[in-house]
Design a protein around this ligand. Structure first.
Ligand SMILES: Nc1ncnc2c1ncn2[C@@H]1O[C@H](COP(=O)(O)OP(=O)(O)OP(=O)(O)O)[C@@H](O)[C@H]1O
Length: 248
């Protein structure tokens, strides 16, 4: 079994009176491909913010590569929710990806040649180097998603975290993004957050089901009944090419 790199132990988080996460224990190992699923408002984004060091738990500990989340920040590449990204901003693909170098470089003096090389390498890895001079406004949804992944890769992270990576793209393009993530998973740990359990079980190895508390399952063992319990009602899920109606 590979080495644990992210360890959450007894983590509790509340926004004022609202308890969002309770007693979260989660160990993520090197080269895991983990899905975090749960209904709207179940605390998925909050859990990500804790791992990224943007929020601190009221109780419990979070250790990333043996350090605090803030200290380990540059080892994590983060791809935000598509909807929160302003795609009308007049900027080229390459300059967007260069933003991923911000923590690494002295931007006061501009980007270095090394920054540009890292950005172009990231674009090549997501197979859109030919689009480097395009304005963001002239991209399809799938291409924009690849730009955001390249921006996260530009700081040479060891972990890639994606928040709802396929929420606003069509199923065919979605499949391409997951094939890309599967390839990246050969060298990186990948964590994907989604409220859509259906498609990700074909790619991920382990699923963390979140609904204030968290329960982990190997992806292959996730059943319709478990999902129904998680979501509090019957739900259609496509799992390993099978349509399951509530119970399996
Ligand atoms: N800054 C905040 N202040 C107060 N409450 C918040 C704040 N951010 C989130 N919440 C609440 O915390 C709960 C969990 O929110 P969170 O965004 O973590 O859920 P989620 O699982 O990511 O949801 P979604 O699938 O809709 O993105 C929700 O009830 C939400 O309204």
């Amino acid at each position: 079994m590979s080495e644990p790199i992210i360890i959450l132990d007894g983590v509790y988080f509340r926004y004022n009176e609202l308890s969002v996460l309770e007693d979260i224990c989660l160990t993520i190992r090197d080269k895991d491909f983990l899905g975090i699923v749960g209904p709207n408002g179940s605390g998925k984004s909050t859990l990500l913010k804790l791992i990224l060091g943007l929020l601190a738990p009221q109780k419990g500990t979070i250790e990333i590569f043996g350090s605090s989340p803030a200290e380990a920040r540059l080892k994590i590449g983060y791809v935000p929710q598509f909807a929160t990204f302003d795609r009308n901003f007049p900027i080229s693909v390459l300059n967007t990806v260069l933003q991923g170098r911000l923590g690494k470089t002295r931007t006061l003096f501009g980007y270095t040649r090394q920054d540009r090389e890292a950005a172009r390498q990231a674009l090549a890895e997501v197979e859109i180097l030919d689009l480097e001079q395009r304005p963001l406004t002239a991209l399809s949804g799938g291409q924009l998603q690849r730009v955001l992944i390249a921006r996260a890769l530009a700081c040479n992270p060891e972990v890639l975290i994606l928040d709802e990576p396929t929420a606003h793209i069509d199923p065919k393009v979605e499949e391409g993004v997951f094939e890309l993530l599967k390839r990246l998973n050969e060298r990186l740990t990948v964590i994907v957050v989604s409220h859509d359990v259906g498609f990700i079980t074909r790619y991920i190895t382990r699923v963390a089901c979140l609904n204030r508390r968290l329960v982990c399952h190997p992806a292959a063992e996730l059943t319709g009944k478990m999902i129904e319990e998680l979501y509090g009602g019957p739900l259609k899920v496509v799992q390993h090419d099978t349509l399951i109606h509530g119970h399996d």
